[in-house]
Design a protein around this ligand. Structure first.
Ligand SMILES: Cc1ncc(COP(=O)(O)O)c(C=O)c1O
Length: 419
């Protein structure tokens, strides 16, 4: 194979003909695959079937979890999630099945009641949120839903570009930042200690909040368990104890959409959150909370997550190998991340080609996340980023999808270079 950049137009045209033939043959295979979301595969969900057999309903103090009560979660459940998030049980609230739901609630709390004695965000002239990008589309969607102005901040392998974050946070209208500190969605990056320190220490509005979504904190793909410093502690050390709101859930430990979520923050935020939730509900599903904690303690969380890794790491490897085999020899038409955990790989293709690649894949039967989805307002300014979610397809399906993806990346690149 040749470096596309060094090929003249007749060589590129010949390559286009070859690629088109291979692509058309692929399209005839009638593949039908949806890789648009990072979902656990059925065999991963099977790992937690033991949950459904559990009949536990009394916590260790004999409190009946089948009944109303304990809005903030049963004591033993709070302890489990506090340890996971790196907080005290009293600083932890265990919620329903979705951490995204809880994040939405906390943005709504800022909107309707305000934080740190400041006017509610909804009563302020303008609210802006920092969106490290590429990032998680559903974070951006929450802030968009409230009518905030979304500000793109570039991601680096050590987290968001902190020079930009520090500069932007000086604006009093900037009220929050979305962070996925460990195995970020979609790059798979882990925030550095310096990023954490600078974000905790920087000058920002008193009601500025760091939405610290630790969705992938134990979702390692290798034996190297990467981690990042605790944002709540860093904010406390920096004299900004109310700045951090940390979240996690078991969605990708047990059942996605039927797990348990939790948040941790300093006492003032927890009090405000409890008041907010009190108006909304009597309590969350404590039967599910209890069986989750008992199940994950029995299994051993690390051992349970290793079983997940054994199923999905080979899928990440297969995608990476396909990229190295099919794309690397073509020169600089694509680059990709090599995450050591999480659920995604970022693939960057030639500027102006991502939407075309997604279209080519869709027309041949593989649905990818829409191009631009990982950027505020769904718009990738360079139209080059594609989020790859390898977890759900079977190994065979994934091999076919990766082959089609590589063909599409090459075809789109040749089209671009010939245009
Ligand atoms: C970074 C991140 N946060 C949150 C979620 C959703 O979590 P939950 O199921 O707890 O709402 C996802 C799901 O893909 C995610 O990638």
């Amino acid at each position: 194979m040749l470096d596309y950049r060094t090929m003249d137009s007749s060589a590129l045209q010949a390559e286009q003909g070859r690629l088109r033939q291979a692509y058309d043959a692929f399209a005839k295979r009638g593949l039908k695959l949806d890789m648009s979301r990072g979902k656990p595969a059925p065999n991963q969900l099977d790992l937690s079937m033991g949950l459904l057999a559990m009949q536990d309903y009394k916590d260790r103090d004999g409190v009946d979890m089948r009944n109303y009560g304990a809005l903030e979660g049963a004591a033993e459940v709070r302890e489990f999630f506090a340890e996971l998030l790196g907080a005290q049980p009293g600083e932890t609230i265990v919620g329903g099945s979705s951490s995204l739901n809880l994040m939405y609630n906390m943005v709504d709390l800022g909107w309707r009641k305000g934080f740190s004695g400041c006017a509610p965000w909804g009563a302020q002239d303008k609210v802006k949120f920092l969106c490290p990008s590429p990032g998680y589309d559903r974070h951006f969607r929450i802030s968009e839903d409230f009518g905030f102005e979304l500000i793109t901040v570039p991601m680096t392998p050590g987290g968001p570009d902190m020079d930009a974050v520090e500069r932007l946070a000086q604006d009093e209208a900037v009220k929050g930042i979305w962070c996925i500190p460990v195995y970020s969605n979609p790059d798979g990056y882990v925030y550095s200690a310096e990023t954490v320190r600078r974000m905790a220490e920087m000058k920002a509005a008193p009601d500025f909040r760091v939405f610290w979504d630790n969705a992938y904190l134990v979702h390692h793909l290798t034996d190297e368990a990467l981690s990042c410093p605790n944002m709540l502690e860093a904010c406390r050390d920096a004299g900004n104890p109310q700045r951090a709101m940390m979240f996690c859930s078991t969605s990708k430990m047990t059942f996605a959409g039927a797990g348990v979520c939790a948040m941790a923050a300093d006492a003032a935020n927890i009090e405000a959150a409890k008041n907010y939730l009190f108006a909304m509900t009597i309590c969350f599903d404590k039967v599910n909370q209890l069986r989750h904690v008992r199940f994950l303690r029995k299994e051993g969380l690390a051992a349970h997550m290793q079983k997940h890794a054994a199923l999905i790491a080979p899928k990440f490897d297969a995608v990476r190998e396909a990229f190295e085999r099919e794309l690397a020899p073509c020169g600089d038409i694509a680059c990709w991340t090599s995450p050591k955990g999480g659920y995604f790989i970022s693939l960057n293709v030639l500027d102006g080609c991502a939407a075309r690649v997604v279209q080519l894949c869709r027309e041949a039967g593989v649905v990818l996340t829409g191009a631009g989805a990982a950027f505020p307002y769904g718009q990738d300014p360079r139209d080059r980023h594609i989020r790859i979610a390898p977890s759900y397809p079977s190994a065979g399906e994934l091999a076919a999808a990766a082959e089609l993806l590589c063909l599409s990346v090459r075809l789109a690149a040749v089209e671009k270079l010939l245009a």
